[in-house]
Design a protein around this ligand. Sequence first.
Ligand code: PHE
Length: 495
Amino acid sequence: MSELQLTILKTLDSQGPIANTLETFPNKTSQEVQAALNSLLARQKITYKNIDKEQWNLTQEGQDIVSNGSHEYRLLETVLKLEHLKISEVGNVLGPAGKMGQGKAFKNGWISKNGDELIINDKLDKSNLPNDETALELKQLQDQGTLSDSKKLADLKKRKLATVSKIQSFSVEKGPEFSLEIEKLETDITSDMIINGSWENAKFKPYNFNSEGVSPDSGALHPLMKVREEFRQIFFSLGFSEMPSNQYVETGFWNFDTLFVPQQHPARDLQDTFYIKDPLVAGEPEDKKYLQNIKAVHEGDAFDSIGYRYPWNIEESLKLVLRTHSTAISSKILHDLAANPGPARLFSIDRVFRNEAVDATHLAEFHQVEGVLADYDLTLGDLIGFMEDFFSKMGVTNLKFKPTYNPYTEPSMEIFSWHEGLGKWVEIGNSGMFRPEMLEPMGLPKNLRVLGWGLSLERPTMIKYGVSNIRELLGHKVSLDFIETNPAARLDEDI
Ligand code: PHE
């Protein structure tokens, strides 16, 4: 039992009920007193009631008005004395307070304007001047601690002439189990108590139904994973199936060569791509025929293409890289599709890596959302139409397309959407029709056309969750609280 608890019990015992704890224990804070009371209450030693009191204090300005009169009254007195006062002089004669009083003095009908001068309003009876109500009210508040008119109190507060604070105290009486000592209460019934019979006389601590439960610790989905789930649902609703994407390390073969990216392409430079040191290279791909086809299509005069006309090097192709785009996955799955060609709708959403300068919106790794659609005789019109369908599912309806270049697609288009907030067109994705140089070496039939598109997962997530610096979304600066408490995303709605 704390000292304060004992003092409370002793006071009740020797002096009877405590009318106001603030008066009896002036040195204790109301929080300390309440904690002691709650603990005694739980044991039914006491009962108590809250007595909240408001305490009003005058601000500096309020006190000044009590001593010198309100601004409006001082203005009235000055104009009375001087008979007229240039409006431009008010500040000089009375200080900033005079300007403040001017509006109020007009409103009260004390003064009026004559050209650029203030004069006494002719409706004012000079022989029977009004009272300075504001000063009188403040004086009364200072003397009596309150005013009976709550509207006037609120007005003084609004004018910042007085402030109010709540003072919490309590009245205390003996409870049904009052005594001077506190026996330890049992919180649980144990098997020992049942065996030795002590449960019969034991005193149990009552349940506190007012205490709040501790919210259980649990895992939380990262915002990127929530937005990924939204994209997944969009793809599923359009009949797409998910490609396996759980492999960060790829060969240059799948990441570049199968996509008709020549071996001297700048994207393959160390500055752009992370290469694995150990092991440096992978074994050869199983499909030897395909390997030969890739060599042939790069070197030229195969699959109706002049190729790039350079000696293709298998060593370069077997180097291990952190995949730079999810199109490496699409390429593998399309190669599998060649075994049993036909229409297909496929997607993946996973992490890719690029050796890039890191800034507020770029990290060296990010997530790509990628879709691939294969069907007979597809055209660019199908791609545009499909992009409109896909993005409208996210609530993005105003699209523009701009020609661009990808080694593996022709034609290729960047996709822009109108951003209301920024008031400009922003790039939201990249797309294109996969080239015959990519599809035919796989063994896919000539008229099975494949269109693809990709976008980042980070950009829509940052927009959705109002994050402007990517370091707040990924990495050591992320606030765990933000991760644990952010709501689920709906791409077609504001969260
Ligand atoms: N791979 C492209 C990128 O990284 C996206 C893309 C995918 C483009 C499929 C066309 C077809 O931006």
